[in-house]
Design a protein around this ligand. Structure first.
Ligand SMILES: [Zn+2]
Length: 173
């Protein structure tokens, strides 16, 4: 009898396909809970109510969206909740033919960073753009253009970033 290889015996897919190795396939359903904390929790509660909330630091005046507990410039706790509105400008955008689950799609998603008007410069939230010609993204004509949130009906909101369906253009490209 041939001794076992001390480094282990490599195998190939053909070993499984041709029955030399036993094989089983299973799927696991994993449930978990994640504590949002008071800042992200209040932000998501705001979305459920159709409001985008940020946090302001009274020392430097910076307004953070999504809200932050601590000002990154002043190293102190932020002070106030601010309704930053649901209108902003496209900072940058991409045309994606791959969804979040990595499956390919024929009709592309337009994913953008949107700087909300009521927040400080450089504060952007990531979301979808709707009713946009991909050519306007590729050509960059859409950059800097004004957009507004399109919300789910109130009874369908769950306290999620997806309570905003997408952002739509409110000015000509
Ligand atoms: Zn500050």
């Amino acid at each position: 009898m041939k001794p076992n290889n001390p480094m282990g015996n490599p195998y190939r897919m053909s070993d499984i396909e041709e029955g030399r190795l036993s094989y089983t396939e299973d799927y696991f359903e994993v449930w978990y809970r994640w504590s949002l904390g008071k800042y992200l929790g209040k932000y998501l509660e705001g979305l459920k109510n159709g409001v985008i909330l940020g946090r302001r630091c009274r020392v430097c005046g910076r307004i953070y969206v999504p809200p932050r507990e601590v000002c990154q410039y002043c190293f102190r706790e932020t002070d106030d909740w601010i309704d930053v509105g649901d209108v902003g400008r496209v900072n940058t955008a991409v045309v994606s033919y791959i969804q979040a689950d990595r499956t390919r799609i024929d009709k592309p998603l337009i994913i953008a960073v949107i700087e909300l008007e009521g927040a400080s410069e450089g504060m952007g939230i990531l979301h979808r753009l709707g009713d946009v010609d991909p050519e306007d993204v590729i050509s960059r004509r859409i950059f800097g253009k004004k957009v507004k949130a399109v919300w789910k009906p109130p009874e369908e909101r769950t306290g999620s970033i997806n309570d905003i369906l997408y952002f739509k253009l409110v000015e000509e490209v």
